[in-house]
Design a protein around this ligand. Sequence first.
Ligand SMILES: Cc1ncc(C[n+]2csc(CCOP(=O)(O)OP(=O)(O)O)c2C)c(N)n1
Ligand SMILES: [Mg+2]
Length: 220
Amino acid sequence: MTVCFFGDGAMAEGEFHESVNLAALWDLPVLFVCENNLYAMGTALEFSHAQTDLALRASSYGLTSWAVDGMDVVAARTAAQQRRRLGAKRGRPALLEMRTYRLRAHSMYDAERYRSRDEVRQWRQRDPVQVMAAELVASGVCTDDELAALDADAMAWVDQAVAFAEAGTPEPVDDLTRFVTSNGQWRDPSLRTPVGDDPGIPVGGPGGTPDDKPDNVDVS
Ligand SMILES: Cc1ncc(C[n+]2csc(CCOP(=O)(O)OP(=O)(O)O)c2C)c(N)n1
Ligand SMILES: [Mg+2]
């Protein structure tokens, strides 16, 4: 199963609607996970979406669509596990709208003039990482020291990843559109990948006409 993560900002774009429509039409095992944190950069949800219930909106494409309290770690995990299990069994797409909040600015250039400090302060009280940590300590699952060690471990991972990225070599500019758009290879018989006995999903989809299908697929 493919899991696809994106923000509320991406859900306002046409590609989202095309992708969900085809996934539902062709019964593709994709779990779409929308992190709805109420802002797309500095634009509040209600200024860019006519229907702000994103799970409801997605359900119109005929897939199972759930809204989850994204500030609740256990609820988010349980919903994701259930959807993944069901999706793997039935091969159908589904969408989870994780209702959450962006506690930080969108980027270092974002002065956050579009929301009040009080709003951020109120949401910060529900910070899922802090709430979960407090619950783990209160229920005796781990101690403050163990949590501090986990935190240090995570920071070390991030530092390592940054050092790895900074030591790497830049990708060639020519690779920028590789795997993004067709380079026309499928039209050239000598460059086609043999499909063997498995024709895969034809370009026209299960209901497509033979003319829709690439000519490396046997439709006889
Ligand atoms: C295809 C495309 N369209 C527009 C943009 C410009 N853009 C950058 S971030 C952003 C908003 C993203 O919103 P969201 O996914 O909710 O992220 P958040 O602000 O919550 O981090 C937009 C429209 C882009 N980077 N790519
Ligand atoms: Mg957002």
